[in-house]
Unconditional design. Structure first.
Ligand code: DHB
Length: 313
C-alpha cells in the first residue's frame, strides 16, 4: 500500500502537515513562532499585527476550562514591522501566514499597503473578526463594512489574501456573506474566530474569570466545535471553489480535524488546545489524523475533503 500523505496547499504555499496555530496562540514573539516552526506544525501564523506595538488588555485576560477557553487579549502584539522582519529573517521552509488586525479601516489599509510594498509574497490574513477591542465592533457582522473594506483592499492589493471570519449562526448570514466574498479574488477564508463575547464564570467566587470588558470574551475550544463545523460546511457549499478554507475551532485531536476536513477545510488551525498542550500537540495531531486515514483507507486529504454525506437514513 502506498504511503499516506497529509500534505495540503493554499495558493502557492505547500504545507507538509495540515495543522498550524490559530492566530493569537503561540505566536506573539519570535521565540514562540520558532517553537511552532520547530514542531511538526505545517507552518505558523503570526499574532494579528497592528501598525504599532500594543500591550493589549489588562491581566488576567485568558482562562482555560475543561471544555475550552475565554480570552479578551485586546491585540497585544509587537507591531507589523516586527512580524515582517521575523519573516524576512526566518530560515524556515514552512509557510508563514501574516495576520493583520488594524483597529480601524484606515489602519488595515495602511498595513496592507506596507505588506503590498514589501518583499513578502506569502499568505496574508486580514482579521475581520477581533471581538476584544473596547468600542470596536467585529467588522464581519456588518455586511456593508465587509464590502467597503474589501473594495478598498482589492483596489491595490495583489498578493494572496485571506480573511478571518467570526462565527455566523443563521443560514441567511452565510448566503449574504458568501455572496459578498465571491465577488473578490480572495485566496481563502479562515472560519471560525472565537465565539465573541461569551461569559465564563466561577460559581465558587461568584465572579467572572477575566478582567477586561466585565468578563466578556471570545470562547474557544470544544464548546465551539459544532459551530466551526457548520461554518466550514456552510461556506464550502456557497463559496466559489477558488476560495480555500482554513477550518478553526475546537480541534483537540485527529478526529476533530478529520471532521473539519470532511466539511471542506483545506487546512486546520489549533487554538485553545495548543495553548493548553504546547507545540508538541502537532506531532500527536499528525499521527492521529494519519491513523484515522489508515483505518478508513484514505491516502490523501483530498480523498475525503468536503465529502460529508447527507443523512444516511
Ligand atoms: C484578539 C482576539 C481575536 O479573536 C482576534 O481575532 C484578534 C485579536 C485579541 O484579543 O488579541
Amino acid at each position: 500500500m502506498s504511503k499516506i500523505s497529509i500534505s495540503a496547499s493554499i495558493s502557492h504555499e505547500q504545507f507538509e502537515h495540515p495543522f498550524i496555530n490559530a492566530a493569537g496562540v503561540f505566536d506573539e514573539t519570535a521565540k514562540d513562532m520558532d517553537e511552532v516552526l520547530n514542531s511538526e506544525a505545517g507552518g505558523v501564523t503570526t499574532k494579528s499585527a497592528t501598525l504599532e506595538p500594543r500591550p493589549g488588555n489588562p491581566l488576567p485576560r485568558y482562562y482555560n476550562t475543561e471544555f475550552g477557553s475565554i480570552n479578551s487579549m485586546g491585540l497585544p502584539n509587537q507591531g507589523l514591522e516586527y512580524y515582517l522582519d521575523y519573516i524576512k529573517n526566518s530560515k524556515t521552509n514552512k509557510p508563514i501566514d501574516l495576520s493583520i488586525s488594524g483597529t480601524s479601516m484606515e489602519d488595515n489599509l495602511k498595513a496592507l499597503k506596507i505588506v503590498q510594498a514589501s518583499s513578502f509574497e506569502g499568505l496574508c490574513e486580514l482579521n475581520l473578526s477581533c471581538p476584544n477591542v473596547v468600542g470596536k465592533p467585529q467588522i464581519a457582522y456588518d455586511y456593508d463594512a465587509i464590502k467597503e473594506t474589501l473594495d478598498a483592499v482589492f483596489s491595490f492589493y495583489t498578493k494572496p489574501l485571506g480573511v478571518k471570519l467570526p462565527p455566523y449562526f443563521d443560514l441567511q448570514q452565510y448566503d449574504a456573506v458568501a455572496k459578498i466574498l465571491n465577488q473578490y479574488t480572495l485566496t481563502y477564508i479562515n472560519t471560525i474566530n472565537s465565539v465573541g463575547n461569551g461569559l465564563i464564570i466561577d460559581p465558587e467566587t461568584e465572579s467572572v474569570v477575566i478582567k477586561p470588558k466585565g468578563g466578556f470574551g471570545g470562547i474557544g475550544g470544544s464548546y465551539v466545535k459544532p459551530v466551526a463545523l457548520a461554518n466550514v460546511r456552510a461556506f464550502r457549499q456557497r463559496l466559489k471553489p477558488e476560495i480555500k478554507i482554513i477550518g478553526t475551532g475546537g480541534v483537540n485531536n485527529g478526529l476533530d480535524a478529520f471532521e473539519l476536513i470532511l466539511c471542506g477545510a483545506d487546512l486546520v488551525e489549533v487554538g485553545t488546545a495548543l495553548a493548553k498542550e504546547g507545540p508538541q500537540i502537532f506531532e500527536r495531531l499528525n499521527n492521529e489524523l494519519t491513523q484515522i486515514m489508515k483505518e478508513k483507507g484514505y491516502q490523501n486529504l483530498s480523498d475525503f475533503r468536503g465529502k460529508l454525506k447527507e443523512y444516511q437514513g
